[in-house]
Design a protein around this ligand. Sequence first.
Ligand code: CO
Length: 465
Amino acid sequence: MGKHIAVSETVLRDAHQSLMATRMPYADMADILKTMDEAGYYSLECWGGATFDACIRFLNENPWERLRKIKSQVKNTKLQMLLRGQNLLGYRHYADDVVERFIALSAENGIDVFRIFDALNDVRNLKTALKAVKKTGKEAQLAICYTVSDVHTVEYYAELAKTMEEMGADSICVKDMAGILTPEVGKKLVSRLKETVSVPIVVHTHATSGISYLTYQAVIAAGADRIETAISPLSEGTSQPCTEALAIVLDEAGFDTGLNLTLLEKIGDHFRECKDHYIAQGLLDPKMLTPDPRALIYQVPGGMLSNMYSQLKQAGATDRYDEVLKEVPRVRKDLGFPPLVTPLSQMVGTQAAMNVLSGVRYKMVPNEIKDYLKGKYGKTPVPVDEDFRRSIIGDEEVIVDRPADHLAAEWEHLKAEIGDLAQNDEDVLIYALFPQVGRNYLAKRHSVEETSADEQEVVRVNGYY
Ligand code: CO
């Protein structure tokens, strides 16, 4: 057997997040989890990102319960989640006590690999989450958000990786959320990272621009230790490249992926059936499956393309799609070249849409963008033009140290706010992460329980109390 290449499967998280706004219910996973557990993956990415939000907002599922159910079926393969550093899974910075509580409970409920990133690659925003994961003994993976700009050179990333290793990262991921890592840069980048750090290097890309297989081939040749793929029916387009195809050609090239092709075929059959339903229900727009090399120009990640499109569809303005797409890099430049990853991808996308639809740039500015310009998200890769900043936020104070140092402990306060609607700490976190939607979800559950004493018994047995 040749060199081992570990493969992580993304169908339970990133694939459906990128292709169909994270709408896969647990019911579509349940019957195939045992097979997935035996297929030889390094890990199954199944939680975090937008899954938590979609569970309570659209699917009426308890995200913690989903994680426990997955864990009960997947005994051998690691479960992996994506965590936005100090933002956790929400859209603001949380105080350290909330970050610590969330990670402890995620580990307790089954997460083995925590991929932690900060949208701005400001490592100060990774510190508390990293420390909390280390405390649980689980794999603490720090991710570099890959983007292209004058400052984002191979040397810049190598320095960042070195800092991450020194901070205690167990592995480092090159997170190419937009699918813009080209084979040539990928080769140079991974070679440089392998020279610089000794922890495993993971490469995560998207098939958006049509170059992903070439990129994986190049980074594997350069020494990458792990790649991430999606099972065929939910691969390609804005998702990851296809698991089965890579398993076959890597095997042929003498690499050992540990993957079982017969089981991969079974998994593919299962999700092929699901996919037919998603298309029939209009959840999966086949448009998302066509390669879009414009991602190489606009550096817009898959999830952002699909979100912008559906936002414009709701506003009856899909004819402005191309204009909005062209406005994105201009907004990004104004904001100091932030990588386009959640929550910045949404913020930049919304600002770009407002700039185009209102007809006057920055006539309307969301509060999130104002907070960003006040330094509340961290340090921008390139300093923002001061005149531009002041034109948006006036004389308001700008934070220059770690944003979370300005946040007082808030756990007890959140707990008091949600009161009886929360039956345990998991519920408090549902509320903390999504105040409005979370409260609605908890209130709805509460009223169902009020009307059914029997049901309440069942809830007790399941350990809510
Ligand atoms: Co991704």
